[in-house]
Design a protein around this ligand. Structure first.
Ligand code: NAP
Length: 346
């Protein structure tokens, strides 16, 4: 089966990762790329500041960038990936959904809407059932699925693994890479030799999205997980890979070894882009891992790496890391799209 796809915002930091991941993908064939009016009409080679490898992928280099509008998308496209800035996505995405497109979106608008699935295939695939609710409530022929924010997706697989020990609270502090702010997001003069102890709205996204992802869906409504989540987000001068220090409060008192086993054994999904082992865990004696430069490419950037698992007075503390534009963004949308195909929504 081949599905023709389009990428909205294809020239940006996440859009370029989509292009990279779609090169040779067994199901998805890239039919069109869109961006802002500044890029429309230019070749992709000319419009995108390609920095991911020395060569821009040949299959996309000479494509002409199209307008971000359903009328500009070829008729045989069934699935749309969205990596637009959220304020633009809030205007544009409904137009595609009204036209019947299935959309897998990175943008943060509507992630917490009660009728929109916020999905990580290995964690909460059943939440896709919200598509029926969404179609009924919004009158869309299409379907909208969101993936979480990159810092949320880094910690939630580890929290899902800890849930069996009675997850009651989470305190997390992040060290986030500059690519998380997009192509023109952080000026070099601002971030080099520096750290910025706040990332606009990121803290609230982590606190709310984590509870939605871990929540229960009864087929009609979704109940948020009742853990308290508090986050503090920091930007540091790494290029890719978000590192997070997590302190959990647990109802039971597991040994660190039992927690490491629960993380290691947490089941992955049987999809083309899901890693065989979702969470790699460094054992005792390696409190200095994971590290962005050494560990962000684990499982081709689609896995999560944890380490430094230790007991605290209330529960367990550890560090975790994931590649923010792969597992945290384009790869997350791609996995959701693979799940949509697998479950017959496309
Ligand atoms: P980015 O590098 O700034 O790229 C933005 C893209 O949107 C570019 O292709 C840009 O086209 C296009 N665009 C901007 N204004 C537009 C308009 N008015 N109409 C049509 N297209 C427009 O941003 P990014 O980091 O890739 O982020 C994209 C989305 O993913 C955001 O919603 C972000 O919150 C989310 N996200 C990002 C990350 C990450 O790690 N970076 C992680 C998770 C989620 P031009 O090149 O023509 O300007």
């Amino acid at each position: 089966m081949t599905v023709q796809v389009g990428i909205l915002g294809a020239t940006g930091a996440v859009g370029q990762r989509f292009v990279q991941l779609l090169d040779g993908h067994p199901i998805f064939e890239l039919a069109c790329v869109t961006a802002s009016d500044d890029s429309v009409g230019r070749t992709y080679r000319n419009a995108a500041e390609w920095r991911l490898s020395s060569e821009i992928p040949a299959f996309v280099a000479d494509r002409v960038v199209r307008e971000t509008d359903p009328a500009a998308v070829p008729d045989d496209v069934d699935l749309i990936f969205s990596s637009l800035p959220s304020d633009i996505a809030a205007d544009v995405e409904p137009a595609f959904l009204e036209e019947g497109y299935v959309m897998s979106s990175n943008s943060s608008n509507d992630r917490m809407a009660p009728d929109i699935p916020l999905t990580i295939p290995e964690i909460n695939p059943s939440h896709l059932g919200l598509i029926e609710v969404q179609r009924e409530q919004r009158g869309w022929d299409g379907a909208l699925v969101k993936n979480p924010n990159c810092s949320t997706i880094t910690m939630v697989p580890t929290l899902a693994a800890l849930d069996e020990f009675g997850l009651e609270s989470v305190n997390v502090s992040t060290l986030q890479a500059v690519s998380g702010a997009g192509y023109s997001g952080v000026a070099a003069m601002e971030i080099m030799d520096n750290a910025i102890p706040h990332i606009g709205n990121e803290e609230r996204k982590m606190e709310t999205e984590a509870r939605k992802l871990l929540g229960d869906f009864d087929g009609a409504e979704l109940e948020l997980h009742d853990a308290d989540v508090a986050a503090s987000c920091n930007r540091i001068p790494t290029i890719d890979g978000h590192l997070e220090n997590v302190f959990t409060g647990l109802a039971s008192n597991p040994e660190p070894a039992a927690v490491r086993d629960a993380m290691r054994n947490f089941e992955s999904a049987d999809l083309h882009s899901s890693p065989e082992q979702l969470i790699k865990v460094f054992g005792e004696g390696r409190p200095d891992r994971p590290q962005p430069r050494l560990d962000r490419s684990y499982a081709d950037g689609m896995g999560v790496v944890a380490g430094g698992v230790e007991e605290t007075t209330d529960g367990i503390q550890y560090n975790c890391l994931a590649h923010n534009t792969l597992r945290g963004a384009a790869g997350a949308s791609l996995l959701n799209a693979e799940l949509l195909v697998e479950e017959g929504w496309v």
